[in-house]
Design a protein around this ligand. Structure first.
Ligand SMILES: Cc1cc2nc3c(=O)[nH]c(=O)nc-3n(C[C@H](O)[C@H](O)[C@H](O)COP(=O)(O)OP(=O)(O)OC[C@H]3O[C@@H](n4cnc5c(N)ncnc54)[C@H](O)[C@@H]3O)c2cc1C
Length: 308
């Protein structure tokens, strides 16, 4: 196990925002994970498991606790015909490329999502109107007492950008995924088409957490997706401090270089208020906020708490 102290979240996190985390543990096995938990229990510090932090906004005051990250020991994929057992620490775009190389189709829509498999299961990540859960057979996790649990897909309460793991604070260890055989060149072409379209639509060069707000079907039918609505209320390109609502895609908030958590939360709060006033719909965030005391909140709740 590697233990890092006083880790700058501004340098470490995907959005490049945040103070210092007291501890970051990188664990490579279940026993190392248990050791990290023992260490934190002894110090009476709270903890949070993280993936690639591509959906997380960290407090500018840092985190008084321990962040636990799955290391290379959890970054494996074992292919058996059309079923693959995959570790929760694997980087998703790398995993999708391994599926392509094995002539297995089903996860192409995830090729551009900079997540770990664990974070993607937790969020039930997806794109192109597909979700990871459509290919999941089962998920293995461990609870805080060290009990190992295997859940079939139907017991994971998957829904749009949600799963049972957002309620039970278990650590996702691995998943079994089913795929379909297809010609490698066809899958590769599909991945390239998806990547090209994402590269055109989404800001790539500035740090972000992807889409900040989730789509709501009724709102979608009336006004369109969140990005279009935020653009329609005049916020595209709107800037506070070092953060701005992307001028390329208004559902992205980008770090222009020195954004703080407060800049980003303020933009989220303004978008929620303006959209609510003009449409009656309350935007909900996909992004999560990590507080100084290591609690996880939806970023919309953190943003509204800031202004109220
Ligand atoms: C440029 C960009 C594009 C994006 N595009 C998409 C997209 O197309 N579709 C989409 O769905 N998302 C997208 N996202 C958002 C993000 O990648 C997803 O939400 C992803 O699932 C987060 O995974 P992560 O590994 O980064 O998790 P993190 O952001 O580190 O964590 C997210 C949550 O998962 C929990 N978690 C992480 N690992 C585990 C584990 N092993 N066990 C239990 N809980 C865990 C964390 O505690 C946290 O609550 C995008 C983000 C960026 C930056």
């Amino acid at each position: 196990m590697n233990i890092y102290k006083n880790v700058s979240l501004k340098q470490f996190s995907y959005w490049r925002v945040g103070g210092c985390a007291d501890f970051v543990f990188v664990v490579n096995s279940i026993s190392e994970l248990k050791d990290a938990l023992d260490y934190l229990y002894k110090l009476e510090l709270p903890f949070l498991i993280i993936g690639n932090t591509s959906n997380l906004l960290f407090s500018g005051a840092g985190v008084r606790g321990g962040l636990i990250k799955l290391g290379p020991g959890f970054s494996y994929c074992d292919f058996k015909h059309q079923v693959v057992t995959v570790g929760a620490g694997i980087y998703l775009p790398y995993f999708v490329r391994q599926c392509v190389n094995n002539g297995l189709s089903g996860l192409e829509h995830l090729i551009g999502v900079p997540a770990t498999l664990g974070g993607a299961v937790y969020m039930n990540a997806g794109s192109q109107r597909k979700s990871l859960s459509e290919n999941i057979l089962s998920v293995d996790s461990i609870d805080k007492k060290g009990n190992l649990i295997t859940r079939r897909e139907s017991d994971c309460s998957f829904s749009y950008r949600n799963s049972i793991f957002q309620l039970n604070s278990e650590f996702i260890l691995s998943a079994k995924i089913k795929l379909q055989s297809k010609s490698i060149s066809l899958i590769r072409r599909e991945c390239l088409t998806i990547l090209r379209s994402r590269n055109k639509k989404f800001p790539r060069k500035k740090p972000s957490c992807g889409s900040v707000f989730i789509s709501n079907p009724v709102m979608y039918d009336t006004y369109g997706p969140p990005g279009k609505i935020i653009e329609d209320v005049g916020l595209k390109g709107f800037k506070i401090g070092g953060a701005s609502i992307s001028s390329q895609h208004a559902n992205f908030i980008v770090n222009e270089g020195d954004a703080t958590d407060i800049d980003i939360l303020s933009l989220i709060a303004i978008a929620i208020e303006k959209v609510k006033n003009q449409t009656g719909f309350q935007l909900k965030s996909e992004a999560k906020y990590v507080t100084e005391d290591c609690r996880l909140m939806n970023a919309d709740a953190a943003a509204l708490a800031l202004i109220n």
